[in-house]
Design a protein around this ligand. Structure first.
Ligand SMILES: Nc1ncnc2c1ncn2[C@@H]1O[C@H](COP(=O)(O)OP(=O)(O)OP(=O)(O)O)[C@@H](O)[C@H]1O
Ligand SMILES: [Mg+2]
Length: 429
């Protein structure tokens, strides 16, 4: 995309964030007439530590959404000041819809403060291109204005001012899981941290699923899992979130939106969306944690580009699993634990949605894996993987894994009805 700036600033880690192109398609481009004045400042909001989803009143009008007592309505000028006029050295990330900047606000009044003082926040600024993204922006304000949980990112407020759409979040100092797993030069995440991140993310998803007013998250992927200073995971980006089916229905029918490589096959094929589509995406992220590879990686040989297809034959096989394990772990992972995670991932990515486990079951299993009995790091076979998946003895000259080539990140899916759908999804699963 490259619309933001050329350089991106560090959060905590020594990060250069990849620039991404494109955005999701077929969003409503009708700016609905707002009943809320843009930029009306509100203070005195308190965030409960978690919310009962059954309290969620849906659907709500734009005016109701924007007048959430939990959210501050920021003036554009305030956010300009808080981010030093969206200067390049404030940039901390970039996605399909816009750029994310670091900013400073006063903890009490939430007014912009001098950099280095007050509370540090992440300000997401949508590209002002004909209101594309307005619907997702509003959906995010709607859900995050109401949902509060330790494993969901905290939305502090928003700005809706003319063509400007911004969101102000708590800043997650360790950035996204995507950057830790795939960014060239990132310190490898140890096994214990990978498990911790998986557990945190599973808690967030379980919270959304386990209520009579179920929420389907629909965009579970490594870039949407943000990490605090202690690697506690929080889900961000609720722009695609959708209310689950009601009554006896098992799914909702909707446009196919999401990210290639993570979206469940039945959802891509039929537009039928259920919480089991989130479980599938969770399985894909488990595979990313195990292998250190992206859900889709065009830089790999054809048979290895799709992570699900490539890893599947190895996941249930104790003796061959090491062939797909992340070499950056340097063999430092418990064999039993890794095998259990692989088995869990295999269940999550089952082609038949109803055979996939519930997120609460996945969470329970992952929590069990923190037990010391799963954490004995047995000596691993010292092998090096070739691109064909065949292992050869590691040469002493190649003891360190070579830096990986940068790869294109998983791209957004086209919506149903898009002329691209047939040809593009054919490549996906
Ligand atoms: N609250 C936050 N704290 C710290 N970093 C953040 C925060 N929100 C986003 N980021 C960083 O900004 C990057 C871009 O985020 P954004 O949600 O715009 O796009 P994305 O999730 O990477 O991609 P997509 O547009 O496909 O959803 C993230 O990957 C993350 O590194
Ligand atoms: Mg995101």
């Amino acid at each position: 995309m490259g619309n933001c700036m050329d350089t991106v600033q560090q959060v905590d880690i020594n990060t250069t964030y990849p620039s991404k192109g494109g955005s999701r398609t077929n969003l409503s481009s009708n700016p609905s007439t707002s009943t809320t004045k843009s930029g009306s400042a509100r203070t005195n909001f308190t965030l409960p530590s978690s919310t009962n989803l059954s309290e969620l009143p849906t659907p709500r009008t734009e005016g109701q959404i924007l007048s959430s007592p939990n959210l501050k309505a920021f003036l554009f000028g305030d956010l300009k000041n808080a981010t030093k006029n969206f200067r390049p050295d404030s940039l901390i990330g970039e996605g399909g819809f816009g750029c994310v900047y670091k900013g400073w606000i006063d903890e009490q009044t939430l007014a912009p403060s001098k950099p280095g003082t007050g509370m540090v926040v992440a300000v997401k600024k949508l590209k002002p291109e004909g209101f594309q993204g307005h619907k997702e922006w509003l959906t995010e304000v709607d859900y995050l204005g109401q949902l509060h949980h330790p494993n969901l990112v905290k939305l502090i407020g928003y700005c809706y001012d003319g063509d400007n759409r911004l969101l102000v979040y708590e800043l997650m100092p360790k950035g996204s899981l995507e950057n830790h797993l795939f960014r060239r030069g990132a310190d490898p995440l140890p096994w214990g941290i990978r498990l911790k991140v998986a557990i945190g993310a599973a808690r967030g998803l379980s919270f959304l699923h386990d209520d009579e007013n179920q929420v389907i998250y629909r965009d579970f992927k490594a870039s949407n899992i943000l990490l605090d200073s202690e690697f506690n995971a929080k889900l961000s980006d609720f722009g695609l979130a959708k209310a689950g089916p009601t009554g006896d229905r098992t799914h909702v029918s909707t446009q196919v939106m999401g990210t290639r490589g993570y979206a469940a096959p039945e959802y891509i094929a039929t537009g039928r969306l259920s919480i089991k589509a989130d479980v599938y995406s969770f399985g894909v992220v488990l595979l990313e944690l195990l292998t250190g590879r992206r859900a889709l990686d065009r830089s790999k040989p054809a048979t290895e580009q799709n992570l699900v297809d490539w890893t599947k034959p190895y996941l249930g096989d104790k003796r061959r699993l090491y062939r797909v394990m992340d070499m950056k772990l340097g063999g430092q992972y418990p064999k039993k634990g890794a095998h259990a995670v692989a088995g869990l991932a295999l269940q999550c990515i089952r082609p038949e949605a109803k055979l996939r486990p519930q997120m609460s079951e996945v969470l329970e299993k992952l929590e069990e894996l923190q037990d010391p009995k799963y954490n004995v790091t047995a000596p691993q076979v010292d092998t090096q993987r070739t691109s064909s998946g065949v292992s050869v003895p590691r040469s002493p000259m190649k003891a360190q894994p070579s830096p990986r080539r940068p790869s294109a990140s998983a791209s957004p899916l086209p919506a149903v009805g898009s002329p691209l759908l047939a040809s593009r999804t054919a490549q996906v699963h």
